[in-house]
Design a protein. Sequence first.
Length: 245
Amino acid sequence: MPDKEAQKAAEEEREEEEEEEGEEAAGAAGAAKKKKKKKKAKSAAEPEKEKEAAEASPAEEEKDGKDGEGLTSQEQLLSLLRSSRVCEESRRNMERPHPFWDTQPVPSIGSEYSSNDNGPIDEVKTPDDVRAEPYPLPGSFEWCTCNVEDDDEAREIYVLLCENYVEDDDCMFRFDYSIDFLRWALKPPEYLKAWHLGVRVKGGGKLVGFITGIPAHIQVYDQSCKMAEINFLCVHKKLRSKRLA
């Protein structure tokens, strides 16, 4: 009897396993059918999407062509930038007052002007309109003319600019113009030696200030103007409070 019961139990267990395997096979077949149907639906939808994109493409190209017709790439870029929304920070900068620049002869932020809105800020002056006497300096200083062709004076100018000219807020980086570069920049055709001015300490003669000018022909639209280009304005750091500039 025990052998028959054990045999019967084994047969029942085998039947249950066969039923489970049949159910799993049926489920896998159903999933495969569903996956196949989705793939077919996707394959059928892709040609339709491609057809719609192909039909829309010429219309968009035609529209872009009409919008950009007659415009260069730079003009198209400018048009795009102008139409973009101004960020909040820029808007605040435009609206807030600018106590200094609002009193200067420069275009205000947001103002519109054309190429015809140009001309001298002040009335054009002749040499006769300029004062012949130099501006007065504090008692311990005097004007001088700097000769960049002289090696000693050129060295003085180089040291003054290297130690006291443009530098960053942390005083870590500054311009280091070589003497050869300074001579090239200050001796263009028709340069005037009298336009290379310095300020020296009376008695010792140390160079503590410097400013230069060179003649220049500047083209403003269709008009050529004779001007003076001012450069290398520098005052020794220890004398910034003396109003020498």
